[in-house]
Design a protein around this ligand. Structure first.
Ligand SMILES: CSC[C@H]1O[C@H](OP(=O)(O)O)[C@H](O)[C@@H]1O
Length: 349
């Protein structure tokens, strides 16, 4: 893969290729799927991950399912059931459901099964394209906001992976970092390794190193010291779901970062496309937080990190209250101090 072609998937009309992110950075292995079952597995097992990316992958999964049932008399009901099933691949990122609802609305427009695949594929490609466009717009808005109140380049800290591997384009939070870098306005991007899945160490560092970005990897627990030493101007993170009151579900470890940032006077910027906004859920306490298997903490590959019998608490997301967020950026606008707004999503949609 050349430097400017980092992408989590490649669509070939009848096959979706997925870059297996479980194996990065050591190996670049592409898995090919020709049915929705494979795409479900790729999402559930986190071969492909990242809120926007799993929505896009699921949309392509619907096209693959349509190819397999377009001749069946019950193609409409079978595709509806497939969408319901794909929506269960992971519970927290609303982008998955949002993309499938887009596909469901497209399906409702199909009058003749002869048009089924063409129409669904066009919708999946549009969802992918629009995400890439949203990434570019958020990069500009987020970089402008960071540079608006400072002289000279910025030092930022990211959590998890929110780059090209997590989206259909240049990334959300990491897309803002890319924009700063391209403007010559990035001193350093500090990357939380992001235990236990290590998206920061394995994925964000891989993306940044490939592009020659000034970057530094740190254990999650070192973020406080970086802030105490004045080495972070902004914490810039993504999101998996932003509720009506502006609460933010994101990778586990985001909440403590926001608490630390408030203590040290560091800004917290959440960068997410409007497909991450969930006006139907009133507040963060109503979000289903995915818990994954304890083996993700007990072992790393063949190496045991803890006794096999030890109990494990492994929620892979947490909820940051709107009151601890300074700025939310979508491709459609910015919301300052969402915790002070009655309807914080209004300026973001
Ligand atoms: C722009 S990706 C948004 C979000 O998705 C990641 O979660 P996961 O790696 O488990 O799919 C992380 O929470 C990112 O911030």
């Amino acid at each position: 893969m050349t430097q400017d072609q980092v992408t989590p998937f490649r669509w070939h009309g009848e096959v979706l290729e997925v870059l297996d992110q479980r194996l990065l950075p050591a190996e670049e292995v592409w898995q090919a799927y020709s049915d929705a079952e494979g795409v479900y597995r790729a999402i559930h097992e986190m071969q492909v991950r990242g809120a926007p990316a799993i929505g896009i992958a699921a949309a392509y999964g619907v096209v693959l399912a349509a190819r397999s049932c377009a001749e069946a008399p019950d193609w409409y009901s079978r595709l509806g059931a497939t969408m319901d099933w794909l929506a269960q691949a992971r519970p927290t990122a609303v982008n998955l459901v949002w993309a499938l609802e887009r596909m469901r609305a497209c399906l409702a427009q199909v009058a003749d099964s002869a048009d089924l695949i063409t129409m669904l594929e066009a919708e999946a490609l549009a969802i992918h394209r629009e995400d890439a466009e949203a990434n570019r717009a958020m990069g500009v808005l987020g970089a402008d906001r960071i540079l608006a109140e400072r002289e000279g380049p910025a030092q930022v800290l990211t959590h998890c992976n929110t780059g090209a591997l997590a989206t259909g384009g240049q990334g959300t939070a990491l897309g803002v970092v890319r924009e700063l870098f391209q403007r010559g306005a990035l001193t350093c991007v500090h990357m939380d390794e992001t235990r236990p899945w290590l998206q920061g160490a394995r994925l964000t560092a891989w993306e940044c190193e490939r592009e020659g970005m000034p970057c530094s990897l740190n254990v999650d627990g070192a973020a406080a010291t970086l802030m105490a030493q004045g080495r972070v101007d902004w914490v810039v993170v993504g999101a998996d779901r932003i509720t009506a009151n502006g609460d933010v579900a994101n990778k586990i470890g985001t909440l403590p970062l926001a608490i630390l940032a408030r203590h040290y006077g560091v800004g917290v910027m959440v960068v997410a496309p409007s497909s991450t906004l969930d006006a139907e859920t009133p507040s963060g306490d109503r979000i289903e937080i995915e818990e994954r298997d304890g083996t993700e903490l007990r072992r790393s590959g063949r190496r045991w990190l803890a006794p096999n019998s030890v109990a494990v608490f492994n929620p892979v997301f947490d909820v940051t209250p709107a009151s601890l967020v300074d700025v939310i950026v979508t491709e459609k606008g910015i919301c300052e101090a969402p915790g002070d707004q009655v309807t914080p999503l209004d300026s973001l949609t």
